[in-house]
Structure formats: C-alpha cells, structure tokens
Design a binder for this molecule. Sequence first.
Ligand code: URA
Length: 433
Amino acid sequence: MRMYDIIMKKRNGEALSKPEIDFFIDGYTKGEIPDYQVSALMMAIYFQGMNEEETLALTLAMANSGDMLNLSALEGIKVDKHSTGGVGDKTTLALTPMVAACGIPIAKMSGRGLGHTGGTIDKLESFPGFSTGISTQTFIDNVNRIGIAVMGQTADLAPADKKLYALRDVTATVDNMSLIASSIMSKKLAAGADAIVLDVKTGSGAFMKTEADSVALAKEMTKIGRNAGRNTIAVVSDMDQPLGFAVGNALEVEEAIATLKGQGPEDFVELCLTLGSQMLIAGGKAKNAEEAREMLMKVLATGEALDKLAEFVEAQGGKKEAVYDTDLLPKASIVEPVYSPVNGYIEHIECDEVGICSLILGGGRETKESNIDLSVGIVLTKKVGDKVEKGDVIAYIHANDDIKLVNAKERFLKAYTFSEKQPKKSKIIKHIL
Ligand code: URA
C-alpha cells in the first residue's frame, strides 16, 4: 500500500477502505508517513468528506493507536460525560459527584484549558493539594472505593489524534464535521466507558456557533459511538452566554459547590439535571428521566452529592475542608464592579469575549506552557433578558493586577449589547439526541 495512492483516491472523491485508513494512521503514528502527505490527505478529506464507514474506521484506528483504558475491574455500567467546551462550563465539578452519589461509577479523564475555554483539571486544582497526576491503579482503586476519580489524559491516549489534531490546526483542516467527531470520539472510546453522554455546546462561546452545526456534530458523534458499540446520547445545550454566573477556575468551583448545596444558578442546575438523568438512565440506575431527576434532587437535598465531592477531593490529595468553607479556595486581591452604561435590557453577551477577559486576567492559557492564576475571573450578576438600570452592577471582575483589570474591563463591556425591548431568554437545553 502507498500513501500516494490513498491521497489520490480521496482527492478523486472515492471512499477509503478500512485497511487504507489503518495503514495511514499506523504509519503516521510511527513517524513513517511524513506530515506533508498527511496534510494533503486531510485537505482532500476536508473537500471530499468521509462516509459513515470511513468516519468509524478513522475513529477506531485513532482510538487503538495507543493505550485503551481497561475499566473492566470496575463494577457496574461505566458512564462517561464529555463537553465540547465553553465559557463557565464547570459541569463536571457538580455533575460527577451528583451521579456518583446515585451509584454510577465515574472514571473520568479530563484535560486542561487552552484559549478562552477552561479545563476541568485546572478548576479542580483550585482545591489546595489536589492532583490528577495519579497512577491508573490509584484511579481504578479510588473509583472502586468511593465511586469517583478524575485523572489527566495520559500521553499515550489516542496519540494518532494528538498528532493529527496538531497538524489540522496549522493546515486549516480542523473544521470538518467527520474529522472533529472522529477526533473527539477516538479519545472517548479509548477512555473505556460503556456509555457516553455528550454535551454539545452551541452559540457564541462554543466551538460550533450555529445550532444546525451543533446538531450535525452531535448526530455524527452519536452515530460513531453507537456504531462502535457504546450507548451514546447527545444533549445540545446553549453556550450563547456563559453557563451560570461564574467564569474563572476557583470562582467556578465555588459556584459548583453552591449548586451541590442546592443554591445553583437556574441554567446550570437544569443542565446538570438533564445530563445527570441521561447518565443514570444509560447506567441502568433509573427507568426514565422523571425517576432520574428525583434521585438527583434527593442527593442534592440530603447533602450526599456535596459529601461525595469532599470524599473525591480528599482521595486525590486535596483539602476537603474547602468544599465546606469556600474561603479556603484561592481569592483575588481586587474585586471590581462593572456598571451598566444604560437603562434597558441585556440583549446579547458575546460569550467567547467573556472567556477572553478571564484569559486576560490570567485565568487561562495563551499557550500550553502558560501558568494560570486560579483566583481570577468574572462573576456576572445579570444575564441575557435581564432588566438593568444605568449604574446597576452587571458583573464583578476578580483580578490580581491593575493593568490586566483595566484591559479586561474595557473588553468585557464591549461584549455586551443592550436593548430597550426585552429579548427572549433562550433555553439551556436545545435538543436531546
Ligand atoms: N476538539 C477535539 O478534540 N478535536 C477536534 O477536532 C476539535 C475539537
């Protein structure tokens, strides 16, 4: 088999066979096929597309290119959750203890943040001492013992995807639906869960800006998951404004804790209950969404979900007292209010701009090597559709540096559009597929 023939075949619009896809992924992972040939193939795929069989073959080849996590030592149906990422997305922090408290084993691999979206691992590190750098054995042991563990993605999880994603990033071939879906799903399949609940975000803070594209991606990913023999459900949720009120690592942890105490923001609570219900149904713990919701509300009301978070934090070396006393989380030295410049309603918040403000404050990474400040960020007090009077506080900026604060504040206000007429509030849950 020759890479040249594979490129030509796809360039001419033909479908690639599974052996051809396996050949190029294997050769590329081993460094035997050069970047320039794979770049040409990616561009051919970008223009010609891939059918369902090709997409599945590519996903499986990438999933099998490194370690496949074996979760068979864990009892019960293992259910994973994946979010395509957004601003203020602290879902894993609240949802996983809720679901684990209902008896679903949570063995989750998570990543760090890059650019305007945050990462679960950074957020968890707001608990002093917390580490996700645990061995696979500790990871499995902790899930067996307390029902929940989160570890950083190992270097050898789907290494073909890692190489290919970096190449696509610099060759303008990221935004192809089949390539995105196979990239995300290869990592999910390698992470070993029996069932996968996907949270596909849509809107100005999401990877997919339009609802139609988000639904298409959700369909593509559920098709791959189901074809690979994993029960896969997708929820398409709103990311046209930040999720909840808090954006920034420790600030989001605080909001997740408030949620576990039954004091969470409406949109975030609804998202956790919807995703959690799908996880409980997929994990065989509930017959339908109504029963699942009741179970989830119960562990919130009894404090079992909050205690599960504390157990999890302690098991990974973190200070569990911070779960009950959030003053122990990192705090910024400056808290500056932002005032509404007009009377009216908040019509739109350019969501990714709010994420960029948090990045400017030091809460996110410009490059993989950047250090981040866990204490900074933004806490909104008003959201789209809310009425404001001129001079009302619409947000608080948490900062540790005066210059960064000025820059972030200027950009933050530009992210807002106000109107005289009340706009419609958008629903957090758009579709369940
Ligand atoms: N996220 C991924 O992991 N892969 C893509 O291709 C796009 C987003």
